[in-house]
Design a protein around this ligand. Sequence first.
Ligand code: 5SP
Length: 251
Amino acid sequence: MVVSPKIAPSMLSSDFANLAAEAKRMVDLGADWLHMDIMVTLKSEIFNSYFTLYSRLYNSLCYSGRHFVPNLTIGAPVIESLRKHTSAYLDCHLMVTNPMDYVEQMGKAGASGFTFHVEVAKENWQELVRKVKSAGMRPGVALKPGTPVEEVYPLVEGATPVEMVLVMTVEPGFGGQKFMPNMMDKVRALRQKYPTLDIEVDGGLGPSTIEAAAEAGANCIVAGSSVFGAPEPGKVISLLRTSVEKAQPTA
Ligand SMILES: O=C(CO)[C@@H](O)[C@H](O)COP(=O)(O)O
């Protein structure tokens, strides 16, 4: 195996009122990571940082209104609570417009991975990656469906590189959307350039779409509704893993 499979149920599809039990259930069923979707409002972020006309304009043009995504989920306090109940790798995907503001609190809360969006970190990604590492987390970069894959190359090749690229296979914001097969061109390009990189796919992954993703070269698989909605979630986790294993070239 060149890269190992990491199956990461998206806790966005879990019962939030029973998060600790849901996390344990997933780990017991064979999950490698727990994927945590962090989405916050732009409003709270801009009060924490600089409120400029530019950022207002930029965000209204790029991010349909005042949020990076049109949904609200969890933040560092929930990660901190969950961390008391599990030692699992918490794969945190920050769908926020100012990831720098969250590095310290996410590190202290016990996040394992900190994946930010390239669309909002074009200027300061080097400092961001350094801070993520010194806060004890593994840095990753995510890209939305409309973002060209070339935009993440400098982050993978930098002096302090990211350790994972997350290719969104739906528009970020909600679980239960349809997988976008044309995103596999990005995965293929990344795998060809970086044979040992962790490449994650997120959105619409399940038994009917895993083959396309695994064949393209994805090894970290986020799956929400296909796992939590299955009568036997353990079988889905194991099928996802087998598909990745089968598709990987042997070293
Ligand atoms: O980040 C997101 C949505 O923004 C994902 O993590 C979803 O939670 C994946 O859910 P499914 O598409 O697998 O239901």
